[in-house]
Design a protein around this ligand. Structure first.
Ligand code: 4AD
Length: 456
C-alpha cells in the first residue's frame, strides 16, 4: 500500500539532463544525462537496490537504482523489455569492476514509458534458448533483441557498407536492376513465378545478365540486390530469398577474375577489421577469426575429384567420384574444412554449370568458372567468364533449351560490340556466416525465407 503511494519527482536543483543514446556515453562521462531504452536485464538486490541493463539499439548501459527509486509501484512491477527513461550521472565504473563501455549510470530519477507484459506473457516465456528452432523463427522479431542476434544484424550493416566501400575504391558503380523478370539465369527448377498483368513473371535468381548489359554503358558495375531461389532443399546454407552481391567487369581474362575475387574478400575483410566497431562485433561473434592469407589456394575441379577419392570421400551411392560429377554440399564441406583455407575451385565441366560459361581454350571439357569455398560454410562465391561470341551464345541457348526471343536484349550484347567479360555473385548471408562463424545463414539475415516460412 505504502509503495503504491510513492511518487518520484525529479530534483530540479540538479543540472538539466541532456538526452543521449548509449553510443554517446563516453563523451558524457561525469555529466547528468537521460537515456531512453528497453530493460534488457534486471536484477533486484534486496529491497533497496535494482540493477538495470538498459538497451537502446546503439549499445547497452549498466544502471543502478537505489532506495526510493526502487520502492515505487513501477519499480516493483518492472518487467524485461519495458521502455524507460533513466536520469542520472554517468560514472566510470570503480576499479576492479567491469561494465559495458566502462561506465555506469547512477540513476537519480526515472520514468516508465511503456510496460511490457509479465507472467505467462513475459518475453522470457515467448523466447528462450531452449525453445525449438521453429519457435525462434516465429518469434524472431523478439529474438533479434538478444546480444548475439543484434550483433549479427549490426555486423551485417557494416558488411554491406564495406562491400560498397571496396567497390567504390576500385571505381565500380552500383546499379539497382529489377527483381521482376521474364528470364532465368540459373536454371528453371528454382524459379518463383507470379502473375504479371496477364503474363507470367519471375522473381530474379541473379542480376547477372542485366549487369552484363550495363558494362558498355557504365564500365564495371556491382549490385547488392535480393535474389530468389525456390530451393527445395532445407539446408543451413540455402535461403529462398538472399542478398546477392554481384559484379561484372569488362576486358578481363579468367586470371583477372580470380584476382578480383581474392581482392574483394581480402579488401572487405580488411575494411571490417580496421573499423573498431565492426572489428568488435567480429571479436564478439567469432573470437578466433583471422583474416585469410593471400594468395588463396587455386584448385582445378579435376584435382578436387582426385583429392576426394584419395581421401576416401565417396559419392552418395558409395562409389568413387568421377570426372563430370557434381560435388554435393557435404563432400565439398569435408574437403574445405580439411584443407581449412579459402579454395578457389576452378574449371568445372560444362554440363554441371550454367549455359553462359565459355569453354576453356586448352581443355574444352571444362569452363572458365570458379567457386570460392570457405571453411565452415562452403561456397560463398560463384563466378565465371561469359560467352561473348554471338554464334557460341546462340548455340549455348539452344543446348540449354532457352528461347532466344526472350533474351533479345541479352543477345544484342554479343552483337553490338562483343567484349570479353566476367563476373561473380556472392551470397551476403554466407559471407556473414563465414566471418561471424554462424552455424546457419538463416541467422545472418533479418527475417529468413525458406521452405515453409514466410513470416514474420
Ligand atoms: O553460384 P550462383 O548460383 O551464381 C549466380 O547466380 C551467378 N549468376 C552469379 C554471377 O556470376 N553474377 O550464386 C552465387 C552465390 C553463391 O555462391 C552463394 O553464395 C549465393 O549466391 N547463393 C545463395 N545464398 C543463399 N541461399 C541460396 N539459395 C543461394 N544460392 C546461391
Amino acid at each position: 500500500k505504502e509503495s503504491k503511494a510513492i511518487v518520484l519527482e525529479e530534483d530540479k536543483s540538479l543540472p538539466a539532463a541532456v538526452k543521449i543514446n548509449v553510443r554517446q556515453a563516453l563523451s558524457f562521462r561525469n555529466q547528468r544525462v537521460k537515456v531512453p531504452g528497453w530493460v534488457h536485464r534486471l536484477r533486484v538486490q534486496g529491497k533497496d537496490f535494482m540493477f538495470i541493463v538498459l538497451r537502446d539499439g546503439t549499445g547497452i548501459l549498466q544502471c543502478i537504482l537505489a532506495d526510493r527509486l526502487c520502492h515505487t509501484f513501477d519499480a516493483i512491477t518492472l518487467t524485461l523489455e519495458s521502455t524507460v527513461m533513466l536520469y542520472g550521472v554517468l560514472n566510470e565504473v570503480p576499479e576492479g569492476k567491469s561494465a559495458p563501455g566502462g561506465h555506469e549510470l547512477i540513476v537519480d530519477y526515472w520514468e516508465i514509458i511503456a510496460k511490457a507484459p509479465g507472467g505467462s506473457e513475459a518475453v522470457t516465456n515467448k523466447v528462450n534458448s531452449e525453445s525449438d528452432p521453429s519457435v525462434m523463427y516465429t518469434q524472431r522479431h523478439l529474438v533479434i533483441r538478444s546480444d548475439t542476434h543484434s550483433a549479427t544484424l549490426k555486423l551485417r550493416s557494416y558488411v554491406l557498407k564495406a562491400f560498397r566501400t571496396h567497390f567504390d575504391s576500385i571505381g565500380y558503380l552500383e546499379v539497382t536492376p529489377p527483381c521482376l523478370v521474364q528470364t532465368m539465369v540459373e536454371g528453371g527448377s528454382t524459379l518463383f513465378s507470379l502473375p504479371y498483368y496477364g503474363e507470367t513473371a519471375y522473381l530474379t535468381q541473379s542480376s547477372q545478365l542485366y549487369l552484363e548489359s550495363c558494362v558498355p554503358a557504365m564500365g564495371s558495375v556491382y549490385t547488392i540486390s535480393e535474389s530468389y531461389r525456390a530451393e527445395k532443399s532445407n539446408t543451413r546454407r540455402h535461403l529462398s530469398e538472399y542478398s546477392h552481391c554481384e559484379i561484372e567487369a569488362g576486358f578481363i581474362d579468367f586470371n583477372d577474375l580470380l584476382n578480383i575475387i581474392e581482392n574483394m574478400i581480402c579488401g572487405v575483410t580488411d575494411i571490417l577489421l580496421n573499423d573498431p566497431v565492426s572489428a568488435a562485433f567480429i571479436k564478439q561473434l567469432n573470437p578466433d577469426f583471422e583474416a585469410p592469407q593471400r594468395p588463396f589456394m587455386r584448385m582445378r575441379y579435376s584435382d578436387a575429384i582426385i583429392w576426394l577419392n584419395e581421401h576416401g570421400i565417396k559419392r552418395e551411392d558409395g562409389q568413387d567420384f568421377e570426372f563430370g560429377d557434381d560435388i554435393p554440399e557435404s563432400p565439398e564441406r569435408l574437403m574445405t574444412d580439411t584443407i581449412n583455407r579459402p579454395i578457389m575451385l576452378t574449371h568445372f565441366p560444362g554440363p554441371i554449370k550454367s549455359f553462359y560459361m565459355p569453354k576453356d581454350k586448352e581443355d574444352p571439357r571444362v569452363t572458365e568458372s570458379v567457386d570460392l569455398l570457405m571453411p565452415n560454410v562452403g561456397e560463398i562465391v560463384g563466378g565465371s567468364m561469359r560467352i561473348s561470341n554471338y554464334i557460341d551464345m546462340i548455340a549455348a541457348f539452344k543446348s540449354a533449351g532457352l528461347a532466344p526471343e526472350n533474351y533479345y536484349w541479352y543477345l544484342d550484347l554479343s552483337k553490338y560490340g562483343a567484349f570479353p567479360h566476367g563476373g561473380l555473385g556472392l551470397g551476403i548471408e554466407r559471407f556473414i556466416a563465414w566471418i561471424a562463424n554462424r552455424y546457419t545463414i538463416r541467422e545472418c539475415c533479418l527475417y529468413p525465407r525458406f521452405p515453409g516460412r514466410c513470416q514474420p
